[in-house]
Design a protein around this ligand. Structure first.
Ligand code: UDP
Length: 242
């Protein structure tokens, strides 16, 4: 059966996040990313384990990273070693989360009073400071400068890449009968090169069925609706078939 257990790598653990563990390899410029079955929401306040989720996130991420690479976007992705384990370039993560939105949802709906699902007349890009102890606050360009998080040039390039990624992935999801509502990107620096890093999965994006509007992403977990794995499986199946 597909949902066999993913095996974790054996190298030294470099970093353990909320849903992924990064392992060192015998090459200093490469790491192995193990996608665990842990799922969290509300900055770790709500947590559970969903067997099979890690493998699905790794497969969906690998497919989408390959799509970006084909379109000329530099990413940290090298290959899927085995289901659940991704070989990637070692990067220094820029502590900035870049969110791109096509429709109102989640925190944007709450902040601006827009109904969930309302199409935005143009994509909205936001920056969040990646600091768990502060709850990843929304920040602007001046905040980024004052904190010295990244140079103006790097922030400009991140935003341009994020908008391009939105075009590529929105078209890819549309082909699968899915709507990319919003997503979060993280970037890394690998030997001076800016690359899209982290993951591209239903843990970090909102994906709705184009016809029914059914939500297939981590909102099912955040809101306690159940059917989380089924949603992720549906996304994976539709991407494969399109
Ligand atoms: N997101 C994420 N990690 C975070 C915060 C948000 O991956 O720490 C993603 C989230 O899955 C959604 C998008 O970024 O696809 C926008 O999230 P939002 O700001 O609406 O936050 P939420 O409603 O999840 O608190």
């Amino acid at each position: 059966m597909f949902m066999s257990e993913a095996r974790s790598p054996t190298g030294p653990i470099l970093y353990r996040g909320k849903a992924k563990t990064i392992y060192g390899t015998d090459r200093p410029d490469q790491v192995l990313i193990f996608f665990r079955d842990d799922i969290t929401a509300g900055n770790g306040r709500k947590r559970a384990e969903i067997p099979g989720k890690g493998m699905l996130n790794s497969r969906i991420s690998a497919l989408l990273f390959a799509e970006l690479e084909r379109a000329g976007v530099a990413t940290h992705f090298l290959e899927e070693r085995e289901p659940g384990v991704m070989l990637a370039r070692a990067v220094r993560i820029v502590p900035l989360e870049v969110v791109v939105r096509n429709r109102a949802a989640g925190s944007l709906s709450q902040r601006l009073g827009l109904p969930e699902g309302e199409p935005l007349s143009r994509p909205v890009v936001e920056h969040y400071y990646k600091r768990d102890d502060l709850g990843d606050p929304l920040i602007n360009r001046d905040h980024i400068r004052v904190l010295g998080i990244a140079s103006d040039d790097v922030v400009d390039r991140m935003e341009a890449v994020a908008r391009r990624v939105n075009e590529i992935l929105s078209a890819r999801f549309a082909r699968a009968g899915l709507v990319l509502v919003d997503f979060k990107l993280e970037f890394g620096l690998a030997g001076g090169e800016l690359v899209v890093a982290d993951e591209l999965s239903p843990d970090t994006m909102r994906v709705w069925d184009a016809e029914s509007g059914r939500r297939l992403d981590k909102d099912r977990f955040r809101r306690g609706w159940g059917g989380v794995l089924e949603g992720y499986e549906e996304i994976w199946r539709r991407l494969q078939e399109s």
